[in-house]
Design a protein around this ligand. Structure first.
Ligand code: SAM
Length: 339
């Protein structure tokens, strides 16, 4: 196990397979135009699987495919099959917006994907359209329901909660999750990447979410568990469980074991990191496995950052990166590094 200066293990890799997306969520991709990563820079599936195997040498045993929208990467099931064949990976998951899930879910499951998380911010079609600037709400629900019906275990729904946008739907989403055999996780709106419209006023804190849900359901009990998962989980009086990811108001840097690899092979230690490590160039220049392992190990072992906690200590908070910088370096975008 490779640990950093705070004792955090390198265990959990989020692998972004594309920077393209078929939605334009206000909190992630609010602009009209984007600078995309050059196509030739995209890692092939073989390159991705090789890098994942190098990370596995250092202790990574959990991989989550993300994007952009991972289902836009053609033949994704082929990558899943390559990764599922790696016996060192205990957990192979994917985060998707669900638009193409009804079409592709079964093939991915057959290829060996263990579980799926679908981002679902609203149950209302009109709100979905306003939030994402696309008209595909019904397809998302279809995708979620197809997973529920097929009995594929481990389905989660992720909801970014924004004041005045969808914060009146917390209970509705808990009810819906129950109907499709999923667990919902409410995510605090974060000031990362392309969230150029972010402001603290729009954040609904974990404390506020809990007090609103208690008013509706009665006493909510925290579930005590030793995990590095970003969500803290809670139980309603009737036994139903939901999660909250409170990266903005109660960050969890000290127990975070995640790092991120972009589709063009830049490795980031934190969502808030402004610099990453380029693994594509050494890989394509013929670096050996041992050379890649040493580079990655040295970077992780020297790590001291606590991105979200450092943000919390700032007296005045505004979006992390300004538009001009995002245009100059798309790696700073959330849709490039995968959320
Ligand atoms: N396209 C896929 C999806 O929609 O799940 C995967 C990529 S998306 C960048 C991953 C996650 O990041 C989604 O759950 C999304 O809601 C979340 N996300 C993006 N911007 C965010 C922000 N400003 N605050 C909190 N979560 C955000």
């Amino acid at each position: 196990m490779t640990r950093d200066t705070l004792g955090r293990p390198l265990r959990n890799l989020r692998l972004s397979v594309t920077d393209r997306c078929n939605l334009r969520c206000q909190y992630c991709m609010p602009e009209e135009e984007y600078t995309w990563l050059p196509r030739n820079d995209m890692l092939t599936f073989e390159e991705m699987a090789h890098l994942v195997d190098v990370f596995a040498d250092l202790g990574v045993d959990k991989v989550r495919l993300t994007g952009g929208e991972p289902l836009l990467r053609r033949d994704l099931d082929r990558l899943v099959r390559l990764l599922a064949g790696n016996p060192r990976l205990r957990d192979l998951a994917m985060t998707t917006n669900g638009v193409l899930l009804a079409e592709q879910g079964e093939a991915l499951r057959a290829a060996g994907l263990h579980r799926v998380t679908v981002s679902l911010d609203t149950l209302r079609e009109d709100r979905f359209k306003a939030l994402t600037r696309r008209d595909t709400h019904a397809r998302v629900l279809e995708g979620i329901e197809a997973v529920g019906r097929s009995g594929w275990p481990g389905l989660k729904l992720d909801t970014v909660v924004m004041r005045g946008v969808n914060d009146d739907e917390l209970a509705d989403l808990i009810e819906y999750a129950g109907r499709v055999s999923a667990e919902v996780r409410f995510i605090e709106y974060m000031d990362v990447g392309g969230a150029t419209n972010w402001s603290m006023e729009r954040v609904v804190s974990r404390a506020e979410m809990l007090s609103r849900l208690e008013a509706r359901y009665g006493r909510i009990a925290p579930i005590v568990e030793e995990t590095s998962a970003p969500a803290d989980r809670f139980r309603l009086p009737d036994g139903r469980v939901f999660g909250i990811i409170s990266s903005t108001t109660e960050p969890f840097c000290r127990s975070c074991d995640r790092s991120r690899l972009t589709a063009d092979g830049m490795w980031y230690l934190c969502l808030y990191a402004t610099r990453g490590m380029d693994l594509r160039h050494p890989l394509r220049a013929g670096a050996s496995r041992d050379e890649l392992v040493s580079m990655i190990r040295a970077r992780w072992q020297g790590r001291t950052d606590r991105g979200a906690e450092a943000r919390l200590e700032m007296p005045e908070r505004r979006p992390l990166v300004q538009i001009a910088e995002l245009k100059r370096d798309p790696h700073l975008e959330m849709h490039t590094r995968g959320g």
